[in-house]
Design a protein around this ligand. Structure first.
Ligand code: EPU
Length: 421
């Protein structure tokens, strides 16, 4: 397909109600996890995004029968899967291809997956995942751009993570769900998608307790059955829409979200002077007056999520005062700020810290997306700016946000997709 750009005519106020899509980072774990089932799985509330399309391709290449039962529902029959190899062409399409390691290891006792791709936001090693597999009794090797893991029998054990890792926690859960005996993960990640993946596996008959705390206990099962499961709403899309509402001095209600997942962001927005009101499954964000600067340090859940640091930093470029953002999770997650500087932002990045001196106004300019959440940041900047912002390299945004410009336009934004020059 020909490359496209988004053309944003800035300055519109976002108003109204919008429904959030299903979680990307949950779906990209749940889809590979279906390989562990002995029967058909029906997965609902799956976002219609490129990362999901890529995973569907990968599952089909492995031999699974995958059918869309609706734009957001998949029927996955993993019984016909007969290989444990994932090619470079497939794996490089996304980071989450590493979940095929845990899922194939659990299913076949072996996995051979090319090194994963994904956004260039830091070095992103997966040594913790491999240590976890080794602890379960697998021989692992990284050679020639491929990762192999093989075990005559996976045996439950204690797994200690030196560093909290979302991907590593999920990968060990996947393999351990089919291991003999009990695995206990210490220093586990507590992100909502870790909990959702555990709930999904439990709906297939797995015995996982403690997900959402830093100790997860998994009693391995010989068989896991098919299931019907709806993934949780997307925490990061919810947050991006909340930030976009604030950025445009809007009044937006985001429906179908889980407000407790948004506490860190809500607290920061309120500190900036934004009104945030929670209901059972919706959040209303209303900007009352000009917003104040705040300091942010990204942390593992329930701290401020790194995935929202980028759109939030866009909002802070027009705050009153100077904000300091410390990015503690990934080494290189400020590249979007170079682009927003082209729009008039005053920003200085020193190592993993960004110092943002608020300016009264951004001005539209051509900008280029460098990674998924950086793309969301550029959309927020374009919505705030005076004049026209052209956003290039939309593939990153399409990987992780379902029809984002349509959603924003339904709230009053003026965004068009056009062929890129
Ligand atoms: N790390 C290691 N060794 C490991 C694993 C991680 O050193 O074995 C380091 C990483 O380099 C990073 C930190 O630990 O500095 C955290 O990495 P983590 O494993 O938690 O992240 P991830 O699994 O690579 C997932 C999400 C990211 C999200 C992070 C943090 C998926 C597919 N990706 O990445 O999402 O930022 O957790 O919450 O779920 C995104 O959606 O845009 C995105 C990048």
């Amino acid at each position: 397909m020909a490359k496209e750009k988004m053309v944003i005519s800035g300055g519109a106020t976002l108003e109204g109600t919008i429904r959030v899509s299903g979680g990307k980072n949950t779906s990209v774990a749940v889809l590979p996890a279906t390989l562990l089932a002995d029967d058909v799985c029906h997965i609902e509330n799956v976002p219609d995004i490129e990362d999901v399309h890529a995973l569907v391709d990968m599952l089909r290449k492995l031999g699974a029968k995958v059918d869309y039962e609706g734009p957001n529902s998949l029927r996955i029959d993993p019984r016909t899967v007969d290989t444990w190899h994932v090619s470079y062409a497939e794996a490089k399409r996304m980071r989450a291809s590493y979940y095929f390691l845990g899922a194939l290891l659990g299913r076949f006792g072996k996995a051979d997956v090319a090194y994963p791709g994904g956004c260039k936001i830091g070095s992103r090693p997966i040594d913790g995942h491999l240590k976890g597999f080794s602890a379960l009794g697998a021989e692992t090797e990284v050679k020639g751009g491929r990762i192999t893991a093989e075990a005559a029998e996976l045996k439950g054990t204690d797994v200690f993570f030196d560093l909290i890792t979302v991907g590593g926690t999920i990968n060990v859960m996947l393999a351990a769900a089919k291991a003999r005996g009990t695995t206990v993960i210490y220093n586990a990640a507590k992100e909502p998608h870790v909990v959702d993946l555990a709930n999904f596996l439990n709906s297939m008959g797995a015995k996982i307790k403690g997900a959402g705390t830093d100790i997860i206990r998994i009693r391995g099962q010989e068989k896991l059955h098919g299931t019907t499961y709806a993934v949780i709403p997307d925490q990061i899309e919810t947050g991006t829409l909340m930030i976009a509402a604030a950025a445009t001095h809007g009044d937006v209600t985001i429906e179908g979200c889980i407000p407790t997942h948004m506490e860190a962001l809500s607290a920061k927005l309120m500190e900036m002077g934004v009104r945030v009101t929670d209901n059972d499954d919706s959040i209303r964000v209303k900007m009352l007056a000009a917003h104040r600067s705040v300091n942010i340090k990204t942390q593992v859940y329930p701290g401020f999520p790194t995935d929202l640091q980028q759109p939030m930093s866009a909002l802070l470029t027009t705050a009153h005062g100077t904000s300091v953002i410390q990015e503690t999770i990934f080494e290189s997650r400020f590249r979007h700020l170079d682009e927003i500087a082209r729009m008039g932002a005053h920003v200085r990045v020193v190592d993993r810290t960004a110092i943002i001196e608020g300016v009264p106004q951004l001005y539209g300019a051509p900008v280029t997306v460098t990674d998924l959440r950086g793309g969301a940041a550029l959309l927020v900047a374009g919505l705030m700016a005076r004049g026209i912002t052209e956003v290039y390299e939309l593939d990153y945004i399409d990987r992780g946000y379902e029809h984002i410009e349509k959603k924003l336009c339904s709230l009053g934004a003026d965004i068009r997709r056009e062929p890129a020059d």
